[in-house]
Design a protein around this ligand. Structure first.
Ligand SMILES: Nc1ncnc2c1ncn2[C@@H]1O[C@H](COP(=O)(O)OP(=O)(O)OP(=O)(O)O)[C@@H](O)[C@H]1O
Length: 246
């Protein structure tokens, strides 16, 4: 499979400080990847660049084959192309049911008038059911999203992103604030999601990353310090030095 996203030699400075420094990164269709790195390594800025929120000073960001230049597209054009992003805090509609949250996500691209007169048909309800099974919330469809636990809200939001059928999903610290059982469920969910799309997970929790069982990219000072299996990168002397602050 060819690269789905190719970031080459990207740099960005904020007030003269290089947050991203000649960064190159690529991910294949249907690949699961963990991105780790100490605080300030540039992980959030990297995702901001891929989603079009931050424009780099130099470098290339290309999508698909033949490569489409993402730097020429707006944030919403990039989202429509198939890049979904999950932020740390869940942003579900707490006064709506789980089912309605998923239905709204499914219909997000409708024009406002048809959305206004929209009545869920059997096809959409079937898709919502499938999504609910995928995120493990099938028993909770009639509940208000506001009643869900923190972990369940995070899964619902992942489900809402999956409803948009992204080819690449960027997920920021999904395990934060979760119980051990919720973390385990989240690992399974992300692994399953990555069977049909590419998923990039930024995460600090090494146990979580270990359970993902995927290739790991270590960022440091805005560049890739090491890449490989978790065992390979955690036994890399440069990575050990950075994490121990040497
Ligand atoms: N808009 C901005 N203006 C100025 N400096 C910024 C801006 N955004 C990020 N930075 C700086 O760039 C560096 C990289 O930040 P970034 O948030 O990408 O790191 P991170 O790896 O996501 O860190 P964390 O793990 O703490 O979330 C940091 O030193 C940060 O202070």
């Amino acid at each position: 499979m060819g690269a789905l996203l190719e970031v080459s030699g990207v740099s960005v400075s904020f007030d003269g400080f290089k947050a991203i420094n000649n960064l190159s990164f690529s991910i294949d269709t249907g690949e699961l990847r963990a991105v780790i790195g100490p605080n300030g390594a540039g992980k959030t800025t990297f995702m901001d660049i891929v989603t079009g929120k931050t424009r780099p000073d130099s470098g290339k960001v290309e999508w698909g084959r033949p490569g489409r230049d993402l730097l020429r597209l707006s944030e919403s054009q990039i989202a429509r192309l198939g890049i979904g992003r999950k932020f740390q805090r869940p942003t579900v509609f707490v006064t709506q049911t789980v089912q309605d949250n998923l239905l709204m996500a499914l219909k997000k691209d409708r024009d406002p008038l048809s959305a206004l007169f929209y009545r869920a048909d059997a096809v959409d309800l079937g898709k919502v059911e499938e999504l609910a099974v995928e995120i493990g919330l099938q028993e909770h469809l009639p509940r208000l999203a506001g009643e869900l636990s923190h972990g369940q809200k995070q899964w619902l939001e992942i489900g809402m992103l999956l409803a948009q059928d992204p080819q690449l999903l960027l997920v920021d610290e999904p395990a934060a604030g979760m119980t051990p059982a919720e973390r385990e469920h989240t690992t399974d969910l992300l692994k399953r999601a990555a069977q049909t799309r590419a998923v990039v997970v930024v995460e600090h929790d090494m146990e979580f990353v270990r359970r993902l069982g995927c290739k790991v990219t270590v960022l440091h000072e805005g560049a890739v310090l090491a890449e490989g299996s978790l065992d390979a990168v955690t036994s890399n002397q440069d990575v050990i030095d950075v994490y121990l602050g040497r």
